[in-house]
Design a protein around this ligand. Structure first.
Ligand code: ATP
Length: 322
């Protein structure tokens, strides 16, 4: 188990991490989500032992003592994959991936490197020097290298940020199932809601250096404490509750995702269409109800200015009042 207790850290006298405490079970995949600059990378770096922090971090019974106690910064049982990949530019893709594998059995090593390159779809570029790769290709090589000798704990900072959509989904599936099978404890700092929703056992939501919510991704998504948490998963509406419940005070809000609002002839809420945004499988449509902007999804484009009626499940409205 990884235990973080009252972790506090600042760059100079500017506080960045403010009294964070949480635990992660061995083999769990945990996503850390939060707005840019909220401290996700700094948290991973602190766990890895790169900062002089206040508070305590334990892996099992062992306390991690940080840079004051390690001549080489970092912990041997952990790997931290940074946003700048850390490849050796003059070495080839295959050499980079095999760098930490033993040379005692060259054929076995070659086989393992090939397997890993297959996994990240880089087999054809095995002989190319890392310095000639694109950002996305470098990131894929860095991921393969991490898997070559899986650590006990893996800290991934935006691991797919440079990888195109075309490859990202398959790569993500491959990587996370590989890590799950290997029993690696994974912490992923991410902006990408798919990492947080589909693959994480647990999600930690951060805001301005604090943890504001921890829980199963489904719980955070279906029952967001506030619009900020909901917005980390995509587009969200935060509407005055008085639109739906006349007795609710104006300061109360209702949080709704666009797919939870339906276009229906007999819908209770009259709205005027303002704009449509093509999203591939649907149109994200912007409309106005009693002067309030609302976003919802429809399969076909609606004309600007059209009067429509929307419906929302009553129990959902009640559940989402904040
Ligand atoms: N080396 C540094 N020196 C001084 N301030 C820093 C340093 N690194 C980060 N910061 C500041 O600390 C805060 C947290 O940064 P951090 O990179 O941890 O956030 P983040 O949530 O990972 O952001 P992003 O999602 O954009 O990567 C930011 O305000 C950032 O400007």
């Amino acid at each position: 188990m990884l235990r973080v207790k009252n972790l506090t850290f600042g760059y100079g006298d500017r506080p960045v991490l403010k009294n964070l405490s949480f635990t992660i079970e061995k083999g769990e995949n945990v996503s850390i989500i939060g707005a840019s600059g909220c401290g996700k990378s700094t948290l991973l770096q602190s766990i890895y032992g790169l900062h002089h922090v206040d508070g305590k971090i334990f892996w099992g019974q062992e306390q991690l003592l940080g840079p004051n106690f390690n001549i080489v910064p970092g912990e041997s049982f952990m790997k931290y994959l940074t946003q700048d990949f850390d490849l050796m530019p003059p070495l080839s893709v295959a050499e980079n991936v095999g760098k930490y594998l033993s040379n005692a059995y060259p054929r076995k090593k070659q086989q393992r490197v090939n397997e890993l390159l297959e996994l990240v779809e880089m087999r054809e570029l095995a002989r190319v020097k890392a310095k000639f790769l694109s950002g996305g290709q470098q990131q894929r090589v860095a991921l393969a290298r991490v898997l070559a000798k899986p650590p006990e704990v893996l800290l991934l900072d935006e691991p797919f940020s440079h990888i195109d959509h075309f490859r990202k989904n398959k790569l993500r599936r491959n990587l996370f199932s590989h890590l799950k099978k290997a029993g690696v404890t994974v912490l992923v700092a991410t902006h990408d809601s798919t990492d947080a929703l589909s693959y994480a056992d647990k999600t930690i939501a951060m805001k301005a250096g604090r943890i504001i919510e921890t829980g199963a991704p489904r719980e955070l998504y279906n029952n967001p404490k506030n619009a900020y948490i909901a917005s980390l998963f995509g587009e969200v509406n935060e509407l005055p509750a008085s639109l739906f419940f006349k007795k609710q005070p104006p300061r109360k809000k209702v949080i709704l995702y666009p797919h939870e609002i339906h276009l229906t002839d007999g819908g209770s809420y009259k709205a005027v269409v303002k704009n449509s945004f093509f999203k591939g499988s649907n149109f994200l449509t912007q409309a106005e109800i009693e002067g309030e902007e609302i976003f919802f999804e429809v399969p076909a484009e609606l004309q600007k200015g059209k009067i429509i009626h929307l419906s929302i499940k009553g129990e959902l409205l009640e559940k989402r009042i904040r």
